[in-house]
Design a protein around this ligand. Structure first.
Ligand code: NAP
Length: 283
């Protein structure tokens, strides 16, 4: 049986470290604060917002909620973001997307100060992640993958990593983060040939294709670590990932469950980005 890599365990350990840092910051007169900007009342957003607020409370991060109606104009949304950019008491921003169709996503993303971009949505923040400097923040889900590997002390340096997916939210940034950890990274996508064969050669397989059950037993081999980023609801109404867990788990060495894997560590990563941004104000 494979070891289950539980995101909640990695998140708990990180939360404890962050809480100590938050205390230290407060002792130096810095009160870490996250602004959560939400347009409308989407269930997914509300659920993540609750999780993020709970995590911030545990760490000792203040949260400022900015809630705008679904018919908010692009100008009004950008004005709110610019107000947050100027507010030195706010260290980071989480902006829920997708935005309503009448709002230009790129214009809104461009309005956010990259230094306050906690979820890697601005070119500036992502660019820093790609450049390998410490000035940007990767999307929380991508960083969550790396945090789980580190928490479970799974070696990354020199290992063969295969990432399925090249989105800006997961595939590309997780590849850059793992490259920065000295992995040998192969990025696969919908045009990749011999995908199963490439995946079988990995030490660590990161699956972020957004296709329920696409990774079968043919994609894996003994000794591997599998991080399944996909989130879906199956025909019975249960959550599942991109891997066929029942087939893959008996073969590999370690695997993240869905639910309870990568997604369970993302709010802790968000909190870590806020603490980091708050610490930068001391420098
Ligand atoms: P996305 O933007 O749809 O990107 C999917 C990527 O997978 C694309 O690069 C695509 O290739 C590739 N792909 C699709 N089908 C493939 C196939 N058959 N073979 C090889 N590659 C294939 O999705 P995303 O935003 O990265 O999200 C991926 C998954 O993660 C989704 O299930 C999403 O719900 C989940 N997710 C989870 C969390 C979490 O907290 N756990 C957070 C966010 C998202 P092309 O580029 O060639 O099209």
């Amino acid at each position: 049986m494979a070891t289950l890599l539980k995101g909640a365990e990695a998140a708990k350990a990180l939360t404890e470290k962050l809480a100590a840092k938050a205390e230290e910051l407060k002792g130096k007169g810095v009160n870490p604060c996250l602004a959560i900007v939400r347009v409308g009342e989407r269930d997914d957003d509300l659920s993540y917002e609750r999780g993020a607020m709970k995590r911030c409370e545990k760490v000792g991060i203040a949260v400022k909620n900015v809630v705008l109606p679904l018919d908010v104009t692009q100008e009004a949304l950008i004005a709110e973001i610019e107000k947050i950019n100027r507010d030195s008491s706010i260290h980071g921003v989480l902006l829920f997307r997708p935005l309503p169709k009448h709002i230009n996503d790129e214009a809104v993303r461009k309005s956010l100060d990259p230094a306050k971009d906690m979820d890697g949505i601005t070119d500036g923040s992502l660019g820093a992640v790609y450049a390998g400097t410490k000035d940007g923040y990767a999307p929380c889900t991508a960083a969550s993958c790396v945090e789980i590997l580190k928490h479970y002390e799974i070696p990354i340096s020199g290992k063969r990593v295969v990432v399925i997916g090249r989105s800006l939210v997961i595939g590309k940034p997780v590849s850059m983060l793992l490259l920065a950890e000295n992995a040998t990274v192969t990025i696969c996508h919908s045009r990749s040939q011999n995908l199963a064969e490439i995946c079988r050669q990995a030490d660590i397989l990161v699956v972020a294709a957004g296709k329920a059950g696409m990774v079968t037993k043919d994609f894996v081999s003994p000794g591997q670590t599998v991080l399944d980023v996909g989130i879906h609801v199956d025909a019975e109404g249960n959550m599942c990932g991109d891997t066929v867990f029942a087939e893959v788990e008996p073969i590999v060495d370690k695997i993240t469950p869905v639910p309870g894997g990568v997604g369970s560590c993302t709010t802790a990563i968000l909190a870590s980005h806020v603490i980091d941004a708050a610490e930068k104000t001391l420098k």
